[in-house]
Design a protein around this ligand. Structure first.
Ligand code: HEM
Length: 206
């Protein structure tokens, strides 16, 4: 293998990623349809949207459990561990590169290796999505599937309403993550270069 080709995305990770990506997109579409379109002219018929959303929710629970356990067993979870010391400075450098440096053709502030495959912004956004937002969506989603588990009132607020609020807000931020993720992966020598990596498993160093 040549030195500038790094094998960063093993087969299990690529399979998980494609199932996860399709599931999140479908959950987003069915969720938006249930929440924002009216019953007379819905994006997707309400009952179908509910059934599809629940079914894909179960797929996400299984695929997330797989991602979580495989991450521990293979050591892939080490890439998500945040080192707080100097984090703000590293985030600033990477952010500055994305906003100005990249357009001016400056060199990347962080280089990818097998030990450190994410730049600081990727690390924070992947950590936040995979270890905070997705678990919140799953836990609140399971609670909404079995509403008898939810406490009736929390102070003056309805438990179900509060759970729905956290479920929707976490789902909303996952969709925001997805939009930014899709933009960021196009940054590089060629817009499809990173996309190729998640299909073949190999990252081509620049
Ligand atoms: C059409 C949808 C998507 C495309 C085209 C896509 C594309 C990519 C690409 C090219 C990479 C590798 C390059 C990189 O690290 O930046 C990647 C990695 C990753 N993506 Fe996505 N993605 C999609 C959806 C998602 C969604 C919905 C999530 C989570 C909610 C997600 C989470 C991740 C994570 C956590 C990684 C790093 C995996 C690892 O190496 O441990 N992606 N994605």
């Amino acid at each position: 293998m040549s030195n500038n080709r790094l094998y960063l995305y093993p087969v299990w990770l690529r399979i998980w990623h494609v199932i996860n990506a399709i599931s999140i997109i479908l959950l987003g579409i069915t969720g938006i349809s249930m929440q924002f379109t009216n019953l007379e002219s819905p994006l997707i018929r309400f009952n179908s949207a509910v059934s599809l959303h629940n079914f894909i929710g179960v797929v996400i629970i299984i695929s997330y459990s797989f991602f979580f356990i495989a991450g521990i067993l293979t050591g892939n979870n080490k890439h998500y561990k945040l080192k707080l010391k100097g984090l703000i400075d590293r985030l600033y450098k990477q952010g500055k590169y994305y906003v100005f440096g990249y357009l001016k053709g400056e060199p990347k502030p962080f280089h990818i290796s097998e030990e450190e495959k994410f730049n600081p912004l990727q690390k924070v956004s992947y950590f936040g999505t995979m270890y905070l937002l997705v678990p919140v969506v799953i836990i609140t989603g399971v609670a909404l599937l079995f509403p008898e588990m939810i406490i009736e009132k929390f102070y003056d607020m309805s438990g179900i309403r509060l759970t729905t609020f956290f479920h929707s807000i976490a789902g909303f931020f996952i969709l925001i993550f997805l939009i930014i993720h899709l933009y960021v992966i196009t940054i590089g020598k060629h817009p499809l270069k990173n996309f190729k990596s998640i299909i073949t498993g190999y990252h081509e160093a620049e």
